[in-house]
Design a protein around this ligand. Structure first.
Ligand SMILES: N[C@@H](CCC(=O)N[C@@H](CS)C(=O)NCC(=O)O)C(=O)O
Length: 218
């Protein structure tokens, strides 16, 4: 059975490549692995068949040879461990790359998602204006810390690794945030990731799905 990735049938980001199947598509492209895509609607995502793949009724889900996996970070780690190219061979460098992978999803992503969700879902709430500066400041703190550690390096741990793939994917959610341009090193870091041919192929694939859906809905 080919690798099958379950993705939004109709992504709410309108093809901007911010849905988390993008991380997995990017990893698959970096590793040169072919995959098939199953699109699901929001209603289907909450049904028993998809809940068996993804216990929270979300995307992405990954299937290969009887293995079903959820959590974009875990899927990327699974791929990086089984195929050479996305993790350093040196054990210490590999351990540090894993630490950055966890940092991407558990230290950097939460304040970014909190900020983004508030803007998307709480704009009309009476607490929105009061809460927003605090959420912005939490993101700003993490970006400054990350930029300081990245320094003048191109990537977090030697060459490009799965850590950069996850970190850049998480940072891309800030494309319209006023806090991002305050960190030119991170702006350049994201641009380096987006310039990779594998990223471009992954982006084009998810974009093509969105455009086909938009044409079908016309
Ligand atoms: N931590 C999970 C988050 C998955 C997630 O939030 N997926 C979003 C799309 S990017 C989703 O399915 N949202 C729809 C929903 O939660 O109903 C991962 O990285 O895979």
């Amino acid at each position: 059975m080919p690798i099958t990735l379950t993705v939004f049938e109709d992504s709410p980001d309108r093809g901007r490549g911010l849905a988390r199947d993008m991380q997995v598509r990017w990893a698959l492209e970096e590793l040169g692995l072919a995959y098939a895509v199953r699109g699901v609607s929001f209603a289907t995502m909450k049904g028993a068949e998809h809940l068996a793949r993804q216990p929270f009724g979300q995307i992405p889900a990954f299937e290969e040879d009887g293995l079903t996996l959820f959590e974009s970070g875990a899927i990327v780690l699974h791929l990086a461990e089984r195929h050479p190219g996305l993790l350093p061979a040196d054990p210490h460098a590999r351990a540090r790359a894993l630490a950055w992978m966890f940092a991407a999803v558990s230290t950097i992503e939460p304040p970014i998602v909190e900020w983004a969700m508030a803007r998307m879902l709480e704009r009309d709430a009476d607490w929105f204006a009061a809460r927003q500066p605090m959420l912005e400041e939490r993101v700003r703190t993490r970006l400054a810390q990350l930029a300081a550690r990245l320094g003048e390096r191109d990537w977090l741990e030697g060459g490009f690794t799965a850590a950069d793939l996850l970190m850049i994917s998480v940072l891309r959610r800030l494309e319209r945030a006023p806090m991002l341009p305050e960190q030119p090193r991170l702006v350049a870091y994201i641009a380096r990731g987006e310039a990779r041919p594998a990223f471009q192929r992954a982006f084009a694939a998810q974009r093509a799905l969105f455009e086909a859906r938009a044409r079908a809905n016309d």
